[in-house]
Design a protein around this ligand. Structure first.
Ligand SMILES: [Fe+2]
Length: 332
């Protein structure tokens, strides 16, 4: 069923079949499409388009709820059931404080082909501080990723998870900090890859997949240009896609050939990717994710994975905010 709507009514999840735009060449037919992300929806709302035609059998209607967890703002009501407003505010502040540091870091990599340790270390100082007082809210909020912010928030989330897990394993604080930087920089090799390749939604060709799989080596090359980069950071960057059974990449290392920091990073990386909400997919819950990771035979260090599970369950007991007392944390 088709319905004409005004441009300000556009929302993620609508199936657009026609656009009435004074600047558009009417001879060119509009290809129907599903509006998948908030950036695209905002662009339509800010455009000269007068109205659009949507098919409400194939997408959401006016006033209907948008695709679940389409962006951070849309999902904040869910967060407010798990966290207090102060916890949410503090976690968002941490993200905003680390943003300029990571912007500097990522643009340095793109411009000069090298990643510097100092801004990464300062970002992890903020993240580690937040993880002392407010761990579940920071991890909960970074689960909600828009396409534009995916790399930024995934870096923060993996860093935060590494800090949390390392503290649970009773590593000393300097080691915790280095592991946090390792999490922050583990995917830095992707910064020098074409955006079109990283954001491609259709199936990758064999050549494209092979190129993506070079990101650990390319990241290692970027990081190793800095003389002050800790060995652990280089190791995690190069080996976070190795698997215990030897079926990972880039080298197919197995068992004890893979260091403990790289094993921790493999767990935190996959956990965050699976629990992340994207505009085009529902996020797996932490419980579903951990179950699937445990079933993924040969992928992870089973002993460490069990401890990771315990670290999340003991630190983030699942209780609604109105049932919590004395600042106990919850994660859903
Ligand atoms: Fe990676």
């Amino acid at each position: 069923m088709l319905k004409r709507i005004k441009r300000h009514q556009v929302r993620v999840g609508m199936y657009i079949t026609d656009i009435e735009d004074p600047l558009r060449d009417e001879a060119t037919p509009v290809r129907s499409f599903l509006l998948k992300d908030e950036t695209a929806a905002a662009k339509v709302r800010a455009s000269n388009i007068i109205s659009l035609v949507i098919d409400i059998r194939r997408g959401v209607d006016v006033g209907a709820s948008t695709v679940q967890h389409s962006n951070r703002d849309a999902a904040l009501p869910d967060l407010s059931r798990a966290f207090t407003q102060i916890e949410i505010k503090e976690a968002l502040q941490t993200i905003e404080q680390t943003r300029p540091l990571l912007d500097t870091l990522f643009s340095d990599v793109r411009l000069s082909g090298a990643a510097t340790f100092e801004p990464a270390d300062r970002a992890v100082e903020q993240i580690a501080k937040s993880m002392e007082s407010n761990p579940a809210a920071l991890i909960g909020i970074t689960r909600l990723k828009t396409k534009d912010e995916y790399t930024f928030l995934h870096s923060i989330a993996v860093s935060a998870l590494m800090v949390h897990f390392a503290r649970f394993l009773k590593f000393d604080e300097p080691t915790v900090r280095v592991l946090g930087v390792s999490g922050l920089l583990h995917d830095i090799g992707k910064m020098v890859m074409p955006d079109a390749l990283l954001s491609k939604k259709s199936a990758l060709t064999d050549e494209e997949m092979a190129e993506i799989r070079t990101h650990p080596v390319r990241g290692y090359e970027l990081l190793s240009r800095q003389s002050d980069m800790p060995q652990t950071v280089l190791d995690v960057c190069l080996h976070h896609h190795e698997r215990i059974d030897g079926k990972g990449y880039p080298f197919g290392l197995s068992g004890k050939q893979i260091s403990t920091p790289a094993r921790l990073a493999a767990i935190c990386d996959v956990y965050d990717a699976m629990t992340s909400a994207r505009s085009y997919k529902r996020a797996w819950t932490p419980v579903e994710t951990l179950r699937m990771m445990q079933k993924s035979e040969g992928h992870f260090d089973r002993h460490l994975l069990a401890q990771f599970n315990t670290s999340l369950r003991t630190s983030f007991p699942p209780a609604p905010v109105n049932e919590r007392r004395n600042g106990a944390r919850a994660i859903q």
